[in-house]
Design a binder for this molecule. Sequence first.
Ligand SMILES: NC(=O)c1ccc[n+]([C@@H]2O[C@H](COP(=O)([O-])OP(=O)(O)OC[C@H]3O[C@@H](n4cnc5c(N)ncnc54)[C@H](O)[C@@H]3O)[C@@H](O)[C@H]2O)c1
Length: 226
Amino acid sequence: MPKIGLVGFGKIGQALASQILERGNQVVAVDIDPSIKDSLQDGRFETSEPGVGPVIVESFEAGRLSLHTEFAALSHCSAIIICVPLFVRDAQRGAGTIDFQPFDRCFASLADVVHNRILLSLETTVPIGTCRNRITRIFDRHGKAHGKDYLLAFSPERIMSNTMREQLLSNPKIVSGLTPEALDEVLAVYRSFFACGSRQTSLLYRNCRDDQALGNGLERCESWTG
Ligand SMILES: NC(=O)c1ccc[n+]([C@@H]2O[C@H](COP(=O)([O-])OP(=O)(O)OC[C@H]3O[C@@H](n4cnc5c(N)ncnc54)[C@H](O)[C@@H]3O)[C@@H](O)[C@H]2O)c1
């Protein structure tokens, strides 16, 4: 049974986990907050997301979902999905600054476990260039190389609170890869548990922005990327 790692077991992590578990996978989740595991162990686990709670509880009890605070638990996973938050200071004043420290620490910890071109897929909303210019440099500093030790992909935010499971089934996930190899890998992994279509992007843009030219351009790109 494929073992999928998840870093950050909050609202989005739990919704993604429930979908992945329902497709017959095992999930190994890492969260710095030990109270989530405690709540599952003593029957207090709660979520307001419809359709998520029962899958999480049943899978935990059946041993198909495990929770950890240490990143070493991820070392035997076939892919790792990252859903940790990015904190913004003083956002209410309009010109907030991003505190990357907790985010960077998470990738520094991941650097100790990546090997053999494991897929890492980032679900956190991040500034443009974060994968290429920030995350790869963290791995470089730890002696881990893209294409050899890991493959990096990004799946931007498409679902919102309160109907996450429903949206995961109805909204095609959009994915990108740092290299064509990373894109192939994320498509293969995500297609096994999500409605996943990079080819839907053009339709999405046409619908959202009423921009036929942009939609046509994207459609051409999608026919290259599959
Ligand atoms: N891809 C999508 O469709 C999508 C949808 C919604 C939200 N998001 C993104 O997901 C992120 C998380 O959202 P959420 O609603 O799940 O937040 P949340 O606050 O409910 O959960 C975040 C979890 O991450 C844990 N965490 C924080 N730092 C960590 C670290 N260094 N290592 C391990 N665990 C850590 C926290 O303890 C918490 O349990 C948001 O920042 C948002 O950008 C993506």
